[in-house]
Write a protein that binds this ligand. Sequence first.
Ligand SMILES: Nc1nc2c(ncn2[C@@H]2O[C@H](COP(=O)(O)OP(=O)(O)OP(=O)(O)O)[C@@H](O)[C@H]2O)c(=O)[nH]1
Length: 592
Amino acid sequence: MAASKVASFSQNLCSIRPDVAHARLSKDRSCGATWSPPVIPRTFQPPKAALGLALESSLFGGSSLHLCSAKSTAFLGASLTRLQQCQGRPGPGSRRGGALSTQAAVFDQLSISLENAWKKLANEDKITSDNIKEPMKEVRRALLEADVSLPVARRFVTNVQSKAIGQEVAKGVKPQQQLIKVVADELKALMGLELAPLVYSRIGPTVILLAGLQGVGKTTAAGKLALYLKKQDKKVLMVATDVYRPAAIDQLVTLGKQVDVPVFEMGTTAKPPEIARKGLAEAKRIKADVVLVDTAGRLQINKDMMNELKEIKKAVKPTEILLVVDAMTGQEAAGLVASFNQEVGITGAILTKLDGDSRGGAALSVKEVSGKPIKFTGEGEAMTALEPFYPERMAQRILGMGDVLTLVERAEEAMMTEESARIAERMMSAKFDFTDMLKQTEMIARFGSMSAFLKLMPGMNKLSNTEIREAEKNAKTMRAVIHSMTVDERAKPDLLASSPSRRRRIAKGCGKTERQVSEVIQQLFTMRARMQNLSAIMSGKTAMPGMGDLQAAISGGRKAAPGTAKRKKKRSLLDSASEISRREPVAIAGRR
Ligand SMILES: Nc1nc2c(ncn2[C@@H]2O[C@H](COP(=O)(O)OP(=O)(O)OP(=O)(O)O)[C@@H](O)[C@H]2O)c(=O)[nH]1
């Protein structure tokens, strides 16, 4: 496909509305689809969008296709819908009534409860002081359940209520949509409106002090931040001042090696302020731009801890003092930020473990309770699992719009832009082969974890942990199978579709079953089929004939043991792939 086609296709993708995407997922939601969510900025340019699609297809057209075909087609479905709408045809998701509930797992409950609030306005023509009472009760309950403190929840509700009642409802906008918009704006304001970037010192190295209670993830955050800064072209030195837990120094040294950043340490006998001072001197000597000082945690706030922090602060005069807090502790985390700020004076917080089972209250309350912004969030143990905290994006996630922008940024990091454009282009053509497929699964692996990747995909973040684990397992199998192929086979998948002996050889080589090998081949062709179908729609061509014979070609003749559970499961794998082939038919020639 010509590059211009890819560009225009991508432009269409840029304007995909996640609520439309969601229409396929939740048939019974009641809020309308005409409200435009916070606008995807201009920076969301064509190659990025194409890359988003490429990533999604790699995952769901490929390794986890069989897991949840309805969910997995949502994003692609949105693309189709948008394309059809652009061509003046109604898409499958274009009905009114699409809701916004592709929320991040951490905010699942909050999002569901908020949806109950919108529903209460479903049959109203306008927002009045009477009919807003019930939805506001729901909003308040939702916030309290998410572990937001009562005063914060109260203030939030009061603000939303006064703004929603006073507002002119634009023509064509339903009251419930208007309310969602007000809530989205208030959520953003609650979390600090804008990104609070790191402040760098003008002279000499910037010192960032990391403080926090035991086990909240300080040392891990130090490693992640070091990697983040390195990617910003900063020369970083980490300093280990936790002399009370000897393993903490080893842990930082190990992380330093992992992210390739030097660690300054003086063992466990020196005093922490002294270590910090000498660390800073070392940073000046090696001309480091940033010094990250990891400090010791305590079980709870106590005088020793605060005094030590104050001494370290005096010794190295940090530009940033970031309190690391664990999201699982909810409103307590917000309280801690306030206390530390009063005692030591901090500049912001890093909220860790947002990937865990928290209810989101911490993310919502920290700024409001402490006056200090969350600067970063940690969403996993991998060194790449650190994100700058954008209130707007977080609000979008809470309201179920998927964090497409973060996805795109991380995708760009994981993969060179040129490379992404090349793969996107190949995906749109019939040339997408096993080498491309391998690159994509490796790229997803670079996200840190499959769950980190999935959480950012609109519509994908409701997958269960079991489903995610299954997807991870499948990605592994896929990599193993592809690694056992010859260069020729990777470039010409037809060779494998037509040759049982080649598939047998590969199965033997990678220690997988022939069935697993066949499934990987099937996945590639299914991906091609889906992409070609999209491309056909774009160019106005009619859909092409089916690929039903492909399955027969690659699964023909070999049966799993009859009646076994395994056999049933495997069958459904192929069924779901061929189901997509049927829905999105495309001709793949020369299969035998
Ligand atoms: N799931 C998840 N786990 C995390 C995250 N950040 C840290 N962890 C894990 O939390 C545990 C504690 O992390 P550490 O970095 O050792 O915490 P610490 O605050 O330095 O601990 P102390 O040195 O004992 O005070 C480790 O098992 C980390 O892998 C995160 O964002 N998500």
